[in-house]
Write a protein that binds this ligand. Structure first.
Ligand SMILES: *Cc1c(COP(=O)(O)O)cnc(C)c1O
Length: 469
């Protein structure tokens, strides 16, 4: 018998694996089909290794370890929590906003039982899904009425379709933005059936540019938040107040796509340039929309506020049915908005706001705690420091708000920084970091205090594991 045949004959069968003490353990803890699939996969891999001339370790202990690792992978969720050490608070790739505890509790309550989602309890008859958020939206923002859809992209689409189908919408060329690769104002405009009327240039748009564009076919004047880019230098844009005045002359409504939708005046905390939703409504903008999961700090949603007759018209658009929110979104949004009734409470309890406005001293303290957790391990092969940094709070999702922060900076020895980054990313839980030169940065703005211990363990494990592992 040749050596390959000999090795192949030593491979256990699926049945032998199942009947081993390991197999009996798995049978009690995991679904049978996942156990079977994992055993088959590992045996098949070993078979291939043998056929390609290798001599793998076929002891049952080694096989069982690999099978168990495989079982664990197959039975864990693909969508999973990660530690965000990037410092980007509203990180679209990492799920944007973390919900507040109250929002989470409310989702659980509403998901666990039947609810009055579309039932009017007082009158004992059919009710309206959108009614639950109406009062709180009006109370907080001063708008006449409001409605909520699946996300802000659908909000923009729905508004344009309702008010400007087959008619013209005037937009500045400086505001024809693309957000996150898939939301582009000109394309959304086309999908809605509205006709884009561009005015001005990329860097400068004057009031007269808007004025010259008005015609009998003008349905709407749209202002779009530039969100993830800035025009700097020789620039000019027309203020909301001026647009409202001009549109009033022509009796055409003004719409603002605010993108983020901030409820708290950030100027009071030293962050400038982001208007609040309340200010924009007060300025007389007729229809305003923004995301639920950016600065607001709630679930994915698109909030539309505005004149009573306009929201009424939106309610009658059949497209609304295709974009409607589910009960869990409503539950989370209602709880989040309720928290904004008390600004101080909102800043403490809504994670997005808390992370944005926390004093930099807190972040430094967190960096020091992680630093000392790491320093407790003697012989860690790395140069570890605490550094002061500036982080962009919003990534691609928010205005380019820059805030000072502190990071733990690690330069590994005997391991490349790319390898360290990869090990952390593949850890349990995955830790997402950024690389600067030959150092790995862990920005402490977006790390929670209760994540510090496990984060420390992940880093130690990544730095001490054998090469190649
Ligand atoms: C983010 C953003 C959108 C898209 O919002 P989603 O909630 O991601 O659909 C639309 N317009 C602007 C200006 C934005 O910043």
């Amino acid at each position: 018998m040749d050596i390959k045949q000999q090795l192949l004959s030593r491979l256990p069968s699926v049945d032998e694996c199942l009947k081993s003490p390991y197999g009996q353990g798995w049978a009690g803890s995991y679904p049978r089909r996942i156990v079977l699939r994992s055993i088959r996969e590992v045996i098949e891999e070993k078979r291939r290794e043998i056929l390609s001339g290798n001599d793998p370790d076929l002891s049952i202990d080694v096989l069982a370890m690999e099978i168990e690792e495989r079982i664990r992978r197959h039975s864990s969720f693909r969508l999973q929590p990660v530690i965000n050490a990037t410092g980007v608070i509203v990180h679209t790739n990492l799920g944007r906003s973390i919900l507040s505890e109250r929002a989470i509790e409310n989702i659980v309550d509403v998901a666990r039982s039947y609810s009055n989602l579309e039932y009017n309890i007082e009158q004992g008859k059919r009710g309206e899904r959108y009614s639950h958020l109406r009062e709180i939206l009006v109370e907080l923002t001063g708008a006449e009425d409001g409605i909520v859809v699946n996300n802000n992209a659908s909000a923009v689409l729905l508004c344009l379709n309702t008010f400007a189908k087959d008619r013209e919408v005037i937009v500045s060329r400086g505001e024809l933005v693309e957000i996150g690769g898939s939301f582009r104002i000109p394309e959304v405009m086309r999908s809605s059936g509205a006709i884009l009327r561009e005015v001005g240039t990329t860097n400068k748009t004057h009031l007269r540019d808007y004025r010259d564009a008005f015609c009998g076919d003008t349905a709407l004047l749209l202002k779009v938040h530039q969100s993830n880019y800035r025009v700097v230098g020789f620039t000019e844009e027309v203020s909301i107040d001026e647009l409202v005045r001009l549109a009033g002359e022509f009796k055409v409504p003004v719409m603002a796509d605010l993108g983020s939708g901030c409820m708290i005046d950030l100027k009071r905390y030293g962050i400038y340039g982001e208007p609040t939703v309340q200010e924009v409504i007060k300025a007389g903008v007729d229809i305003v929309c923004f995301s639920g999961d950016k600065l607001l700090g709630g679930p994915q949603a698109g909030i539309i506020l505005g004149r009573g007759w306009m929201i009424q018209k939106i309610r009658k658009n059949p497209l609304l049915r295709a974009l409607r929110v589910d009960k869990m979104t409503i539950a989370a949004l209602e709880a989040t908005f309720m928290q904004y009734l008390d600004e101080e409470g909102a800043i403490k309890e809504i994670p997005t706001m808390r992370m944005l406005l926390q004093p930099v001293g807190y972040i430094r303290r967190r960096a020091r705690r992680l630093y000392s957790l790491l320093k407790r391990h003697e012989g860690l092969k790395a140069d570890i420091q605490i550094i002061q940094e500036t982080s962009r709070a919003g990534g691609g999702a928010l205005p380019e708000i820059e805030v000072p922060t502190f990071a733990v900076s690690i330069k590994p020895q005997g391991l490349t920084v790319n390898a360290l980054e990869k090990r952390l990313r593949h850890g349990r839980p995955p830790v997402i970091t950024r690389i600067r030169g030959d150092r790995l940065l862990l920005d402490m703005r977006t790390v929670n205090n209760n994540e510090l211990k496990i984060l420390g363990e992940c880093i130690v494990s990544a730095l001490t594991r054998q090469q190649g592992a």
